[in-house]
Ligand binder design. Structure first.
Ligand code: MG
Length: 248
């Protein structure tokens, strides 16, 4: 069932989304070579707590951390730990926050120090794919219009979009209906209506779209071992351009 949000619910989601955006900006300022990924998790949890929020990933189906941190060929759901970040790595940071009962969810990929031209182009493409999807996220269009725009954007630049993981509705729950795949056909899928709140999250790979899950049962990696990037915003559908809820 797709739940349309009232204006007071959107106000709550704006607050949750702002904490997510602030936490991501806080990490981007601090990430550097030599840092362990668990340090980023500790920073995230402390930041969210200071803001009065709750990290929504921690304990979700047993996930042990407040941050998903996915390095290089890791796509999503990487577990923070002792791994030391190196100059040239690319790191996807994904954060969810619950605030006054409502959720915000966003992600971005950032380079550690100087990164390759290939990595920069991949990151720019994943960010562009999210923007292309958001441009189709408006009352009167369909979920498939978002999916198609994301897929076209990434594939026209020679990349692939991950298929096993999708964007999603979001509100009181982190995952609500509808699913928002990163591939599809225009005009298909559920109709978009003002008041729907969605997390759009393209995951873009170098080479093929296939993924597998590591033995830790969480970390999703590219099957070909090549780089992957991930960008996500929580948005609200309205007439015209969507409102981005995960902004500073
Ligand atoms: Mg999400």
């Amino acid at each position: 069932m797709i739940v349309l949000k009232s204006s007071w619910e959107l106000a709550r989601m704006r607050e949750a989304g702002r904490i997510v955006a602030q936490a991501l900006a806080y990490l981007v300022e601090r990430i550097r070579p030599g840092m362990a990924t668990r340090e980023l998790d500790l920073l995230t949890e402390a930041f969210i707590n200071r803001k009065g929020g709750v990290p929504s990933f921690k304990g979700y189906r047993g996930f042990p951390a407040s941050l998903c941190v996915s390095v290089n060929e890791e796509v999503v759901h990487g577990i923070p730990g002792p791994r030391i970040l190196k100059e040239g790595d690319i790191v996807s940071l994904d954060i969810g926050v619950i605030y006054k009962g409502y959720q915000g969810d966003a992600a971005l990929t950032v380079g550690v120090g100087e990164i390759s031209e290939e990595a920069k182009d991949l990151i720019a493409t994943a960010r562009g794919a999210l923007l292309a999807g958001m441009a189709q996220a408006r009352d009167g269009l369909h979920v498939g219009d978002i999916s198609w725009a994301i897929q076209q954007y990434a594939e026209s630049r020679g990349y692939s979009v991950v298929r096993e993981y999708t964007g999603h509705g979001i509100g009181r729950q982190m995952h609500e209906d509808p699913q928002v795949p990163n591939f599809g056909q225009p005009g298909r899928g559920p109709a978009l209506k003002a008041g729907m709140t969605l997390a759009l999250e393209p995951m873009v790979n170098v080479g093929g779209y296939l993924t597998r899950i590591r033995d830790d049962n969480w970390t999703v990696v590219t099957d070909n071992g090549k780089l992957s990037a991930h960008f996500e915003h929580t948005i609200a559908i309205r007439q015209g351009e969507p409102e981005i809820l995960t902004v500073l």
